[in-house]
Design a protein. Structure first.
Length: 132
């Protein structure tokens, strides 16, 4: 991969993998950053926020999975810089409202993309029209 594109590549790490082998995580983080890749702690839950010192992990982004438990004051206090947070599963107005109160600007979910067409059948992929 050309070096110019590496900063656009996001590598997802799961909290369970970091907790299972912290030494391997430290090596992987240094290896990825040395090559210009960005790291995302993916699918963090409210319960995991208490276990992971997000501000000290040295990751570029944190992908939170929205749930009502995130609205607890202790969860909000454990969050890193709001510019480094992606709020996933933002499928309700409550999720977007909560994120906006904290200054989060990056969202994933149905409320973030309300104009996306839904598949007529469950499990069926929707493909974009081919270019003309």
């Amino acid at each position: 991969m050309p070096a110019a594109l590496r900063g656009q590549v996001l590598l997802n790490l799961r909290p369970d993998d970091i907790l299972a082998d912290p030494a391997a995580f430290v090596f992987a983080r240094a290896f990825a950053h040395a090559r210009g890749y960005r790291l995302v702690l993916h699918e963090v839950t409210g319960e995991q926020l208490a276990l992971l010192p997000l501000r000290r992990l040295g990751l570029d982004l944190v992908h939170l999975r929205w749930s009502a438990e995130l609205a607890r004051p202790d969860c909000a206090a454990a969050l890193p810089d709001p510019a480094a947070v992606v709020l996933g599963s933002a499928d309700s107005a409550a999720a977007i409202a909560w994120g906006r109160t904290l200054g989060i600007a990056l969202y994933q979910g149905r409320m973030a993309r309300p104009a996306m067409p839904r598949a007529p059948e469950r499990g069926r992929l929707i493909r974009a029209a081919p270019p003309r």
